[in-house]
Design a binder for this molecule. Structure first.
Ligand code: ZN
Ligand code: MN
Length: 477
């Protein structure tokens, strides 16, 4: 029996606000020098403390929704999710269950060069818990992370292959970074992903029980987890057993997962409207100010490069990888009006030079002005510089800076296009090699390149072979 995977994701993203979600403590987890320094009675959840919602968190959450093209809710509210865990001693989390801030739309990603839309169910805001570490038989609590703002993004079960999941997550990560919403670094726990998965016979719409894997913490680990879980579920179904609906923990070192919690002991969170916070009602001005800070997303840019500049997908992906590079490319196109050459000169010559020594050199470190780069391309297009020699000019610009025209003239690389002078050389060659001309006229076409070679020789290689070529063809008939 052939099966297909049905996968949905829940992703927690740390919002990059200055301060925490409900207090004025610094939301700078990575900078904290020691445990329990960015804390106060609110985020340590002392009894009786009152949360105050951080406007910046709402603004960034809304901005995320807008960047995704999601439906933004003017009205949303917070719910209290009850549970006890030592890293959340107040015994609840403030989250949004019934009326989240963003109802979804979809996220675009390119899978195998094809544009795909992946549906998002919703995004809600909630606070993070503290962190436990286990050492010397003791468990230690660190509340630096407690009360940090999170976005939880819940997708529909729309993925069937791990490649789709990975492309989607990479796109999501790029979007977060482009919009300054989150650094979304998986290693630092700023982006944490739960994988919900079930299988079904190919083509069927029926769903078997699903399992949930919590906090799988790298893109490649997610791929491995999906592969292993598919095998595991397939084996169970093939032996006529039923997959347990449960939460499992993925161990990337062993490549196996272990059951953590089954449906029978699933918790009842006893959700109810958060009594300490008013519902969130956003006014038009606030929404507009979020809209004003929107940026073009990497995926939008990549798709635009395909249609506007007619680039290949691989090139578009390379050029949109970072903002500085894509801005450089667009400027070069503006200066040369030649997207194709601008792209190939950047991707095949400039980036190769930048990567050559294994250093990370950025565009802003380049020793020459972009107008000099543009001049090289313009001269190639005007047949004043051969493409072979253009590479040498760019290398020289790259190594020592200076001006393209001066480098070209100092090295005698300029192709001359003075038609009168070129014609004189062509006439000279035809007069000199009469027997070869006879040969050619009798049908020996191979000899044509002999004439081009002679013309180039007489012009000491400085003149344009293309023009010689055309003139010879005309004159020899
Ligand atoms: Zn605090
Ligand atoms: Mn959550």
């Amino acid at each position: 029996m052939e099966y297909e995977k049905v996968i949905g994701l829940e992703i927690h993203m740390r919002i990059k606000s200055q301060t925490k979600m409900f207090c004025s403590c610094k939301n700078a987890l990575e900078l904290a020098s020691e445990p329990n320094v960015n804390v106060c009675p609110v985020c340590m959840w002392f009894p009786g403390m009152l949360p105050v919602l951080n406007k910046e968190v709402v603004r960034l959450g809304l901005l995320w929704g807008m960047l995704m093209g999601c439906e933004v809710n003017k009205h949303s509210r917070f719910d209290r999710k009850s549970y006890f865990y030592p890293d959340s001693p107040i015994s609840f989390q403030i989250t949004q269950l019934y009326e989240p801030i963003v109802w979804a739309w979809s996220v675009k990603a390119l899978v195998d060069g094809k544009e795909r839309d992946f549906a998002i169910h919703h995004m809600h805001l909630e606070n993070d818990a503290g962190k436990l570490s286990h050492a010397g038989g003791k468990t230690l609590c660190d509340f630096n992370r407690a009360g940090s703002p999170l976005m939880e993004i819940v997708t529909d079960p729309v993925f069937h292959e791990k490649e789709e999941v990975m492309e989607f997550l990479k796109e999501l990560q790029k979007m977060m970074r482009a919009g300054w919403v989150s650094d979304a670094d998986m290693e630092k726990g700023q982006m944490r992903c739960d994988v919900n998965m079930s299988i079904r016979p190919k083509g069927s719409s029926e769903l078997f029980n699903r399992t949930e894997h919590k906090n799988v913490n790298s893109f490649s680990a997610i791929g491995r987890c999906i592969d292993a879980e598919f095998k595991r579920q397939k084996k169970i179904v093939d032996s006529w057993w039923e997959v347990d609906q449960e939460t499992r923990g993925w161990n990337d070192d062993t490549g196996m997962s272990k059951s953590q919690r089954s449906k029978e002991d699933a918790m009842d969170y006893r959700y109810f409207p958060e009594p300490d916070l008013l519902p969130l009602d956003l006014d038009e001005d606030f929404i507009q100010s979020c809209r004003d800070s929107m940026v073009e997303l990497p995926i939008q840019k990549r798709i635009r490069y395909l249609s506007e500049y007619k680039l290949q997908d691989d090139d578009a992906r390379i050029l949109t990888k970072d903002k500085e590079l894509s801005e450089y490319f667009e400027k070069l196109v503006e200066l040369t009006s030649d997207a194709k050459k601008s792209c190939s000169y950047i991707t095949t010559i400039l980036l190769a030079l930048m990567n050559e020594k294994g250093w990370t050199i950025s565009i802003s470190d380049l020793k020459f002005d972009i107008s000099e780069f543009a001049q090289v391309i313009k001269l190639v297009n005007a047949d004043e510089l051969s493409s072979t020699n253009s590479k040498q000019v760019i290398e020289e610009l790259y190594n020592n800076g200076w001006k393209a025209d001066i480098i070209i003239d100092e090295n005698n690389l300029r192709q001359k296009n003075d038609l009168g002078a070129l014609e004189a050389i062509v006439d000279e060659v035809i007069a000199e090699f009469t027997s070869q001309v006879e040969d050619y006229k009798w049908g020996n076409e191979n000899i044509f390149w002999f004439f081009v070679g002679q013309c180039m020789k007489k012009s000491r290689g400085q003149w344009n072979p293309k023009v010689f070529n055309q003139m010879l063809k005309k004159k020899l008939g």
